[in-house]
Design a protein around this ligand. Structure first.
Ligand SMILES: Nc1ncnc2c1ncn2[C@@H]1O[C@H](COP(=O)(O)OP(=O)(O)O)[C@@H](O)[C@H]1O
Ligand SMILES: [Mg+2]
Length: 418
């Protein structure tokens, strides 16, 4: 066993030997020691030799670049000068430790401390060698800081890209939903314009038909030549033309812009007007209407046209639901009453009814269970909107196969309520 003093002396003598090679390419062959020194110093990997007590024995040129220390500063110093403070941010890398140097092996991504206080990352190869009688630790350090930071950057960029992709997918889905809504409402607007146009176009030939029918009527009665059948037929023509003109007039009023006017409106009249619209459709499907109107229902402050729209929507749905049963007949019950400042309307049918899903979604815009072209899925959502503006409400009760019942409540005057 050597004394500490002896060891220091031995280290000093070894240090003295590790002097950079002088001479150049043409220099004569060197002594074996010098040759190893040359290899040691010219190695592109940083090499340290470390004594058993943790003192640095020697360092080559490349160590200077990796650690920022001069070779002279390191030799004789404790290896601890290269050990980073573990409390510092090491990017989850392992720090250099004495224990690491005590075990031979290869360790990737090891953090070492530089003279300037920065941390660098190295791949560390530890070998145990004998130098004469003394065991030495040989540490090879390959700087991988650049590679590691690129790797880390790549990982960050990758996760950023992934996030951006998910965001994009989400936005895309939103955009698609919006586009669908837009297309639907665009269709609706186009349909409204079309209806107004058709109403206008049909009205004129219709008035023509009416005029001719009346002229023939007049002609026959003047000549007293008509048979009762012809007279009855002509009367039918005129009365049907009047019905059609009524519907057309209604359509035109419906499409008209002034749907925002509020006034005192007769609820029962609005119900009757909407039933008139559907009168023939109910008749041909064998649908009867049973009314139970409250005598004390007062006028309500609302837009009569919008009220009609609500009842047309409910009546149309009842028509479809009854038709869907395939029975060829059915009943719609409408009852009204006045209670605590609210008018209450129950609108019930004995149609096909709704399942839980339909019930939950019935008031959603564009929800429909009807085939393309038959339902737009807007009737109930529009009705809901109209009633909300009146501070009113609409709820549904239904069971599959057992019909549906809608209850509407509207304050007599929505201006008096919150
Ligand atoms: N009286 C009813 N009986 C059974 N189902 C109904 C009734 N009213 C509405 N529904 C259901 O609610 C859906 C939405 O109705 P609505 O908003 O008026 O749109 P649409 O009639 O165009 O389908 C209907 O497709 C239907 O499934
Ligand atoms: Mg509908």
């Amino acid at each position: 066993m050597r004394t500490a003093k002896g060891r220091a002396a031995a280290a000093a003598s070894r240090k003295a030997k590790l002097i950079p090679l002088r001479g150049g390419a043409g220099a004569p062959a060197e002594a074996p020691e010098s040759k190893y020194e040359a290899i040691f110093n010219q190695s592109s990997d940083a090499i340290l030799t470390i004594l058993p007590d943790g003192r640095i024995d020697a360092a080559n040129q490349a160590v200077e670049e990796v650690t920022g220390f001069l070779k002279g500063e390191l030799s004789g110093a404790m290896i601890d000068v290269l050990v980073p403070d573990p409390s510092k941010h090491l990017h989850r890398a392992r720090p250099l430790t004495r224990e690491l140097l005590a075990s031979a092996g290869t360790f990737e991504d090891i953090a070492i401390l530089r003279k300037d206080g920065y941390v660098r990352f190295v791949d560390l190869h530890v070998r145990r060698v004998m130098s004469g009688q003394e065991p030495l630790t040989l540490a090879l350090l390959r700087d991988v800081t650049g590679k590691k930071s690129m790797e880390r950057e790549l990982i960050t960029k990758h996760s950023e890209l992934r996030n951006a992709y998910f965001q994009l997918e989400k936005k895309n889905a939103e955009l698609q939903a919006m586009q669908e809504t837009l297309v639907q409402s665009g269709k609706l607007a186009a349909l409204g314009e079309l209806a107004a146009g058709i109403a206008h176009e049909l009205n004129q030939p219709l008035q023509g038909i009416r005029g001719y029918a009346q002229e023939i009527q007049h002609h026959f009665s003047a000549a007293a030549a008509a048979s009762p059948e012809i007279e009855a037929g002509l009367r039918e023509i005129v009365s049907n033309v009047d019905k059609m003109a009524g519907i057309i007039g209604y359509l035109r009023a419906f499409v008209r812009k002034s749907v925002e006017e509020y006034a005192w409106a007769d609820l029962h009249l609005a119900i009757e007007e909407s039933l008139k619209m559907l009168g023939r459709q109910f008749a041909v499907r064998g649908i009867a209407v049973e009314r139970d109107f409250g005598k004390d229902v007062p006028p309500i402050y609302a837009n009569a046209l919008q009220l009609e729209q609500v009842f047309i929507n409910l009546a149309t749905n009842a028509r479809d639901a009854i038709e869907a049963t395939g029975r060829g007949r059915g009943t719609v019950w409408i009852s009204t009453r006045f209670k605590n400042g609210f008018v209450e309307i129950d609108f019930r049918d004995d149609g096909c009814g709704m399942n839980e899903r339909s019930k939950a979604k019935a008031f959603n815009p564009f929800f429909t269970t009807k085939e393309v072209g038959k339902g737009m899925g807007l009737g109930l959502s529009l009705s809901y909107g109209i009633l909300s503006k009146l501070n009113g409400s609409i709820v549904v009760q239904s069971e599959l196969g057992k019909g549906a019942a809608f209850r509407i409540r509207i304050p007599r005057d929505f201006r008096e309520i919150g």
